[in-house]
Design a protein around this ligand. Sequence first.
Ligand SMILES: *[C@@H]1O[C@H](CO)[C@@H](O)[C@H](O)[C@H]1NC(C)=O
Length: 163
Amino acid sequence: MGISRKGLPLFYVMLYLSFFIHVSYSVLKAKDPPSSKPFEPYRIFITNRDIETMIVQCPPGGDEGGLEILRPGNIMTWRFRRNLFDTNRYDCNFYWLKEGNQVMKSITLAVFNNRIAGMCGRNLFSTNRCYWMVTKYGFYLSKHNQTFPNVYDWQVMYVWDTI
Ligand SMILES: *[C@@H]1O[C@H](CO)[C@@H](O)[C@H](O)[C@H]1NC(C)=O
């Protein structure tokens, strides 16, 4: 085996390149700020429009989301940045409570995922906003805080009763 005379220049080019790549990689690594977050920023808003009492519970919990009780007009909001692999998703449980706090309806659905990100925008330099409007009928999404209802901007994404 070994490297033929013909292959020799190529061998040196590759050696040179791998050295160069290695060096520039360590330079980049050294300059990288410790907690830079270069991915798209998002903010989610969930507005309860007309449900007597609604409980929203987002399982990711932790430092954002969690559990909130929303009366008509109340807004729940949180923000985050997308991760490297665009795998962020927020699945939330919604409970519609009647008088006496009986659960009348409940539904679990995605409030943020890859597809929804596309509908809210993909701006890297300014916050992309996802406005959710929840009514007794269902869940509407818009990337602008438009007056509601407005058939052109609010898109029905889910309904409480799927039949
Ligand atoms: C949308 O705009 C209205 C009117 O300005 C305001 O009252 C409401 O709080 C806004 N909603 C959100 C989710 O920011």
